[in-house]
Each structure stands twice: as C-alpha cells, then as structure tokens.
Write a protein that binds this ligand. Structure first.
Ligand code: COS
Length: 392
C-alpha cells in the first residue's frame, strides 16, 4: 500500500491515499497490464517505439496529467503523476520515460514558464498524444556540467540562429517540439543561455543516429543537429538568459518523475519475485518457505517502501508549492539505488529463469541502470543534496 499525506489535512501526517489517487493508480495499473504488457519483450528486443501506445496514453490523459484542463490536460497533482508513473514503470520503463519527459520536463516547463501563446499553441498536441516533446540539454561535452553549452543561439533581431548538437535526447526522433538550451552570450556564462522551442521539420534541424541502448530500448534516443536553424524570438521561453534556470527548475520536477520510474522498476521486479517464490519448488517446498528467500523479499519490500515514501514526499511538497529540489534529489538518488539492488535480487530469486527474457526481470534489471544516470547522475543528486544541506 502506498502512502501519502492526506490533501485535506495540512500539518498532519496521513498514510492513506485519497479515493481519486486510488482510481488513477488503478487506471494506470489496468492499462499497463492489459496494453503495455503484451509485446513489451518484443519492443525491447526490436528497439520498437510504442507509437500506438503513445496515442492511447494521450487518450487516457497520461501525457499531460498535471496540465490545466483549458490546455487539454488532466489538471491532476504530482502525487497522481507519480502513482501512475510507478504503475507504468512496473511493466514498461520505455513507455514510462516517454510519459515522464512529456509530463514533467516539456508540459510542466511550458505551462509554468511559457507565454499564453506558447501554451495555447503547443500544450493541446502534447497532452493529447498528437505528438510528444523532447528536452535538449545534454551535449557531447556537456552532461553533468550543464552550464558548458556549446550549442549557440545567435541573436539576429527577430529570431535566433541555432547551431550545435544535442546528445541522448529521449523522444528525439519523434518529438513534435524540442526545448533546446543554447548559449546566446558566452560572456554571460550560464546567464547567457536561452531555451528555444524548435518545431520538427524546421529547416536545418536534422535528427541524428538512434542510440542502441542497454535498457529502455523501446524509447527513442537520438542525437539532434542544428545547422543555421532560424527560431523566432516568440519561441524563447522566459526572458533573455533564463534558459539555464529554466532547465534546472524543470529538472527538479523531472527528477521526481524518474524517481517514480525507478520505484516502479523496483516494485515490478519485486512483485514478480514474490509471485515466483510462491510457485517455484525446491527441496520439497515452495522457495518462499526458505529463509534465504524470505530475507531477500523482506529487504526488497522495505527498500521499496522507503523509496516510495521519499517519492511521495517530494511530489507532495511540489503540490503544496514548497521548495522540493532537495526532496526530489533524495528521492531520485535513493529510488534509483533501490531499483538496481531490487532488480538484481529479483533475478537471484528467479535463478536461471531470471536470466532469460521470458520472465521479465532481466529487462527490468537493464532498465534500472539509466535511472542512476539521466536527469542528473547519482553523483549530481548527491551534489545537489549536499548544497542544500550546507546552504550553498
Ligand atoms: N532551480 C532553479 N535555479 C537553479 C537551480 C534549481 N534547482 N539550480 C541552480 N540554479 C541556478 C542558480 O541559482 C544559478 O543562477 P544565478 O547565477 O542566476 O543565481 C545558476 O542556476 C547556476 O547554478 P550553479 O552555480 O549551482 O551551477 P553549477 O555549474 O555549479 O551547476 C549543477 C549546478 C551541477 C547542479 C547543474 O549543472 C546540474 O544539475 N547538472 C546536471 C544536469 C543534468 O541533470 N543533466 C541531465 C540532462 S537531462 S537527461
């Protein structure tokens, strides 16, 4: 059972979900079981982007969960979003990263910091599944060191001229719009970075090679190239030089989504291990009756519950309008570590069956690793947490 601070009880602690939260969780669970599960092994094997499923997720309201209904969104809170993310990620982390990037990096960023015209133009298509969005910060030589942007956005009066390359972009080959961070005034360092909305098909914008990955193989990861791409000034998010702070603010929220993804990968693997342990017999009894397996299950369940509480706390703080950067970093740091540990143990419980594709846990094990890397590595999360602790 998941836990959450009751929305109607400020100042008190409650570990009950509201009825609405339970309904959303159930909807995501049903969708994951009935529509994501069939074909998930094949999509992973063939690196197949779940095109039809993205449209379905749009219909179900999973792509713009927190967006105001006036822009086509679900008007839900972050707690609802993480509950859905956990359920989707139990089954298919490739699908859930599409959901996460679209919801927390692209839609949330646009809605919070975009102009009215930008919101009206782009949010309905992003929430309905007509297209997905991409968030482009990483470069061949700028990952953790995100201020070192080599991509340039030269100010040409009514437009910017965009040049450079972005790497490892989730949804990169599919995105209808990409939010691209680029340096306008190098002398101003990070204060000279802008975020530009670049539409698919803009002349000079090319989609580079698709990455072949260890995990989340059904997600679409590309490098993107910009060569003299003209981007109207109206497509800049925020005032001149706001791009880096935009990226950092948006990533704080994104990290809650990835923490929920890591939690889902862990809880999905745990549920499979629990089921298997009750069915598989060894030494004359179900293996769940052996203390060696019981201790593994107990550790897995305890770690998952701790991760869940951190994820829900970060989501709840965001919903209450409190600072949530530290909690988001803690949730991502811990949940991703739990995802690694629990998926490894889930394979161990399954023995030889755990090592083959049919039993799903080997995929979850491979998928877990990325949660320690994207939207800020575990080392970056520790750095962010330490800066909060030290007031730096
Ligand atoms: N929210 C809003 N603004 C933030 C912020 C946040 N969470 N974190 C930093 N900023 C602002 C700072 O306030 C500062 O702005 P001002 O100079 O206007 O005050 C600016 O951003 C630069 O911050 P800082 O000096 O801390 O920058 P650093 O170069 O030290 O980098 C880290 C900070 C390392 C935390 C940042 O580069 C980072 O998060 N890197 C990882 C990026 C990442 O997640 N990459 C994955 C790509 S997406 S898959």
């Amino acid at each position: 059972m998941a836990a959450v601070l009751a929305p109607d009880a400020p100042g008190t602690l409650s570990f009950e979900l509201s009825d609405e939260h339970k309904l959303i969780r159930q909807m995501a669970r049903d969708f994951a079981q009935s529509e994501l599960l069939p074909g998930v092994i094949e999509r992973d094997r063939d690196e197949k982007f779940p095109e039809e499923l993205v449209r379905r997720m749009g219909e179900l309201g999973l792509l713009g969960m927190m967006v105001d209904p006036q822009y086509g969104g679900g008007g839900m809170d972050t707690v609802s979003y993480v509950l859905a993310m956990e359920e989707l990620s139990k089954i298919d982390a490739s699908a859930s990263v599409i959901v996460s990037v679209n919801n927390s990096l692209v839609c949330w960023g646009l809605e919070k910091f975009g102009t009215e015209a930008q919101k009206r133009k782009y949010l309905p298509a992003l929430t309905s599944g007509e297209y997905v969005g991409a968030f482009c910060l990483s470069e061949p030589e700028a990952g953790s060191d995100a201020t070192s942007q080599r991509t340039t956005a030269e100010d040409r009066g009514d437009h910017y001229l965009l040049n450079g390359t972005k790497n490892w972009i989730t949804n990169g080959g599919r995105a209808g719009i990409s939010l691209v961070m680029a340096q306008t005034d190098a002398a101003k360092k990070h204060k000279g970075i802008n975020c530009l909305i670049v539409e698919r098909g803009t002349p000079g914008f090319a989609i580079g090679k698709k990455e072949e990955k260890l995990g989340i193989r059904g997600s679409d990861t590309h490098s993107l190239m910009f060569s003299d791409v003209k981007v109207p000034k109206a497509n800049r998010i925020g005032e001149d030089g706001f791009g880096f702070r935009f990226a950092m603010s948006v990533l704080d929220g994104g990290r809650i989504g990835i923490a929920a993804q890591a939690l889902g990968i862990a809880s999905g693997a745990y549920e499979l291990a629990l089921k298997y342990a009750k069915e598989r017999k060894a030494f004359g009894t179900e293996i769940a009756n052996h203390q060696a397996i019981q201790f593994k299950l107990a550790d897995m369940a305890t770690q998952i519950e701790a991760a869940r509480l951190l994820v829900l706390k970060a989501a709840r703080e965001k919903d209450l309008g409190k600072p949530f950067g530290q909690s988001a970093a803690m949730a991502k740091l811990y949940a991703s570590k739990v995802a690694m540990a629990v998926t490894a143990e889930a394979i161990q419980v399954h023995g030889g069956y755990g090592y083959v594709k049919e039993f799903h846990v080997e995929r979850l094990y491979r998928d877990a690793k990325i949660t320690e890397i994207y939207e800020g590595t575990s080392e970056i999360q520790r750095l962010v947490i330490a800066r909060h602790l030290l007031g730096a």
